[in-house]
Design a binder for this molecule. Structure first.
Ligand code: ADP
Length: 470
């Protein structure tokens, strides 16, 4: 089966809620309607029972001949009669006992009885019919109310009607009670079920959504970790390969280099100019290859080198570099100025190599005849020091500012400026191993400013073991 989308599930859930809500609403409405109907049955039954009892009472008065009967043929006639009666009541005020029985003897009018005076009742046909007594227009005669026997019979009839009506009233009351009990319980249970189902569905949806997101994140994380691991493995493999290759190439390259030079010096008089020229090319290429293999080896060794980190005084490192480059400084007349360089935290050997590469590039990449001037400064960047190596050389086109840090990326031929194209790659590797960044700010003919960041000793040295490398 095709997997339902999240949107589809939400829609299905909403539709389910709506259907359930409609069911509950319809149930509620039918319950209310049923209940109202039963209540009106019940109140009609009790009203009838009450009216029957009143009639019974009146009839018993008639039977006992304490009152006479007036049977109005219509409601209109009954009203006129009652009005007249009321007028009499006003006049005979004190002698009266006032008795009001709404609905007993007329639908709209009240019956006022005058005890012992009027001896009259108003029994409208319709009212008798309501409690089940059929009375013809000539009611009194026909139902025999004018004879004692007839009145007794009529009362019996009324008695039985009243009894039946009472039974109906009791039945209706019971029904109402049972109904309200069952229905209210049912309604309550259905509502409870609805709320439970709704809550469960919502929880399911939410948990499903969260689980899905977590699973996705985990899968992404897993594949990222896997990718990273693969990348690291392949990097390690490559570096090992570069190391082995450069290490093993060292010896044959050195041999080619030495022997080609020996041929040039020892057999110069035995070969002609052309041969000598060829041999020179072989010797130069071998020397160049020798340098490249050495740099490659230096680069590959960075990974396996023990990363002993200490507090490093940069002023001391610059002094070492000056000593190493003494010959070149003397040959070119270059100056290397450094101003109050700070201590940093890192591997002293690697940091010295970093400085040496940058300073020696500054000396090398100069226009002909210009005296190189290299200046080293430092800037406090909060957690780190930024070290700047500024030269007055040929500068670099901004578009090559990133590329020059890639392996073997050179902007000039060997004849123009000699080099292996690995110096800045080594610099970048050293800085990154120290958690910093390296970049160049330059333009053609403007000189170059190589900047890199290194950790301050304070944050790392707090860890313990650090000592000053001088
Ligand atoms: P190389 O052995 O060629 O010097 P690097 O990796 O040190 O290799 O430098 C890469 C390239 O970056 C160089 O070939 C050169 O074109 C450019 N470069 C490096 N340093 C400077 C500098 N100080 N001024 C101008 N160009 C530079």
């Amino acid at each position: 089966m095709q997997q339902m989308t999240l949107r589809g599930r939400i829609l299905a859930l909403v539709a389910g809620f709506v259907v359930m809500a409609l069911v509950v609403m319809v149930m509620g409405l039918t319950t209310i309607a049923d209940y109202n109907r039963m209540m009106s049955d019940y109140s009609r039954a009790s009203e009838n029972a009450y009216m029957g009892e009143c009639l019974n009472y009146l009839i018993s008065n008639v039977v006992m001949e304490s009152r006479g009967i007036y049977h109005a043929k219509s409601r209109q006639e009954a009203r006129i009669f009652a009005e007249r009666l009321n007028e009499n009541l006003d006049q005979m005020d004190t002698a009266l006992r006032h008795w009001r029985m709404a609905g007993t003897a007329g639908a709209d009018i009240d019956l006022d009885q005058v005890e012992g005076q009027t001896r009259a009742f108003i029994l409208e046909r319709r009212e008798l019919a309501r409690v089940g007594v059929e009375v013809s227009p000539q009611a009194a005669e026909q139902i025999g109310l004018n004879s004692r026997q007839g009145r007794i019979e009529f009362q019996r009839q009324i008695d039985s009607i009243v009894a039946k009506t009472r039974l109906r009233e009791i039945g209706a009351a019971k029904q109402v009670k049972r109904y309200s009990h069952e229905r209210v319980t049912g309604f309550f249970l259905v509502t409870l079920a609805w709320i439970s189902v709704t809550t469960l569905l919502s929880l399911w949806l939410v948990s499903h959504f969260i689980t899905r997101e977590i699973t996705r994140a985990r899968i992404a994380e897993d594949s990222r970790e896997k990718l990273l691991k693969e990348l690291m493995e392949s990097n390690t493999e490559l570096e090992r390969f570069a190391y082995v290759a450069s290490h093993d190439m060292q010896e044959p390259v050195r041999m080619v280099n030495i022997y080609s030079q020996m041929v040039v010096s020892d057999y110069a008089d035995k070969i002609d100019d052309k041969g000598r020229n060829y041999l020179n090319i072989v010797a130069t290429s071998a020397a160049r290859m020798h340098l490249m293999v050495q740099d490659l080896l230096r680069y590959s060794r960075l990974r396996s080198e023990r990363s002993e980190e200490l507090i490093v005084d940069l002023n001391v490192q610059v002094k070492h570099v000056r000593a190493n480059l003494a010959q070149r400084l003397a040959d070119t007349g270059a100056s290397v100025a450094s101003y109050d360089l700070p201590n940093v935290f890192g591997n002293p050997v690697q940091i010295q190599r970093l400085l040496e590469n940058l300073i020696s590039n500054g000396i090398k990449y100069q226009p002909p005849g210009q005296t190189p001037q290299i200046t080293l400064t430092a800037e406090d960047k909060g957690e780190r020091w930024q070290i700047n190596v500024q030269d007055n050389g040929i500068g670099i086109e901004p578009e090559f500012a990133v590329q020059i840090f890639e392996p073997f990326r050179r902007l000039y031929t060997w004849d123009q400026y000699q080099g292996t194209g690995l110096g800045l790659t080594i610099c970048r590797k050293i800085v990154e191993r120290h958690g910093g960044t390296i970049w160049v700010e330059s333009g053609p003919g403007e000189g170059s400013r190589f900047c890199f960041t290194l950790a301050k000793p304070s944050e790392k040295a707090a860890g313990g073991e650090a000592s000053l490398a001088a």
